[in-house]
Design a binder for this molecule. Sequence first.
Ligand SMILES: CC(C)(COP(=O)(O)OP(=O)(O)OC[C@H]1O[C@@H](n2cnc3c(N)ncnc32)[C@H](O)[C@@H]1OP(=O)(O)O)[C@@H](O)C(=O)NCCC(=O)NCCS
Length: 165
Amino acid sequence: MLDIRDLTPGDGLACDAVMRTLPDWFGYEPGLEDCARAVRTQAGRVAVDDGEVVGFATWERRTGDSAEITWAAVRKDRRNSGVGTSIVEAVCEDLRAQGFRLALAMTSARSKDVVPTHDAYEETRAFWRARGFLFVTELNIWETDFALLMVRPLGPIAPAPQTPA
Ligand SMILES: CC(C)(COP(=O)(O)OP(=O)(O)OC[C@H]1O[C@@H](n2cnc3c(N)ncnc32)[C@H](O)[C@@H]1OP(=O)(O)O)[C@@H](O)C(=O)NCCC(=O)NCCS
């Protein structure tokens, strides 16, 4: 049975192994190194099945109002069976419980390759959209791809009571 529990620094190697099953999405070495750091230092959730980590997500505070889901991945052979949804819903619940009003995420809007190649991130964008993340804007902040900033309200959006920290 799938268990969605808190990420711990001891999960680092298992999360690295999940990432290595997804070269079509995560083939860029500096990105893999950034993720390796994130799974050892940031908060998050892991999906565990039969004692094995099959997926994870990490997150980091951005402002008093918002936190960003920095990395999310499900082992290649376990994709499209609800694992990612369970992880993202658990993380959004954690963020709501901690008082955040917005969950942010970034994914590839499109590659910067001049010659068009298969867009593995089409499914990824559909996944986030189906999980309630709205597409905000494209940003030119990455070397290989244009980034797509996405945001999901974690509850009703009313006037903020005070200036965020
Ligand atoms: C994106 C990613 C994290 C999503 O995780 P996932 O486990 O594959 O996603 P899910 O199975 O929860 O949802 C995908 C589809 O599976 C199906 N699904 C959802 N829950 C399901 C369930 N309980 N049973 C069977 N199928 C289900 C749905 O068709 C869903 O499509 P929808 O988005 O139209 O609802 C994962 O596919 C992945 O690691 N992709 C490659 C790396 C990547 O893109 N990471 C994110 C970078 S921003």
